[in-house]
Design a protein around this ligand. Structure first.
Ligand code: PGA
Length: 244
């Protein structure tokens, strides 16, 4: 694990964007795992800016999103498909056919999860997986529990996660009950992981994930096993780590 510490959230976004450009530079067809949520918004802004400054082109990129809410169409404002268009895809030269996101509004989410898993298996290991962590330790939507799944699956969201995510919905009741998410196997198979966290509210879970025991109660703790992970933290998120 390689740690990068920054004074501010915006320095973290810029530092992570620089790393992303370096990690993908020279790869003919980069295969990228994308995350949603508040954390990567700043990174995506930096990447759109870098694209406008001709420091990066997404023309040959293949992207695979981590997860999607079950039941939401891709033009629903709270869907992750909509989020990606708004925060990254509309601002860069990515080709629509190269974008992959599980479909939330399907008859059988389980069939969709299996299809997405096959797509990822056929693609092979992702070159870079962009990742953050939820307050309860989840990565993607792999929620804490007795068991973690390796493959893409449908997961029932915990009440904690639904409460945290309800900030972006008109009401708590409208937060979907389940989601399709990549499993830990595919996440851990990525050649490189670019991990970001910012803010005091993440300090405890960052300490548990990166300095605590490996446990399915904190799915992010398994990242300690990844051979090539960069952890980009602002000083608030890093404030409970013993190592600094
Ligand atoms: P956040 O979510 O970036 O909105 O904090 C992260 C996550 O749930 O993985």
């Amino acid at each position: 694990m390689k740690f990068y510490f920054y004074d501010s959230a915006s320095d973290t976004d810029q530092g992570a964007a620089k790393s992303f450009i370096k990690m993908t530079n020279g790869i003919a067809t980069p295969k990228i795992g994308l995350a949603t949520g508040n954390t990567p918004v700043g990174l995506y802004q930096c990447l759109v800016q870098a694209y406008n400054q001709k420091k990066i082109s997404f023309k040959t990129f293949l992207t695979y999103n981590l997860d999607e809410y079950v039941g939401l169409t891709k033009d629903h404002p709270q869907s992750f498909a909509y989020f990606m268009n708004e925060h990254l895809f509309n601002g860069v030269d990515i080709l629509e056919g190269n974008i992959h996101i599980p479909q939330g509004n399907v008859e059988s989410p389980h069939v969709e999860a299996a299809k997405y898993e096959k797509l990822l298996e056929d693609a092979g290991a992702l070159d870079v997986q962009i990742l953050s962590i939820g307050l309860n330790g989840h990565i993607g939507f792999n929620e804490p529990g007795e068991k973690l799944h390796s493959k893409t699956h449908v997961i029932e969201l915990t009440e904690d996660t639904r409460r945290v995510n309800s900030k972006s919905f008109p009401s708590f009741e409208e937060v979907p009950l389940s989601a399709i998410t990549l499993g830990l196997g595919t996440i851990m198979k990525a050649k490189k992981i670019l991990f970001i966290a910012k803010g005091f509210e993440k300090a405890d879970i960052i300490q548990q994930a990166f300095e605590g025991p490996l446990t399915t109660d904190v799915p992010g703790s398994l990242l300690q096993l990844h051979p090539n992970i960069e952890v980009h933290l602002d000083k608030e998120a890093a404030s409970k780590l013993a190592r600094i």
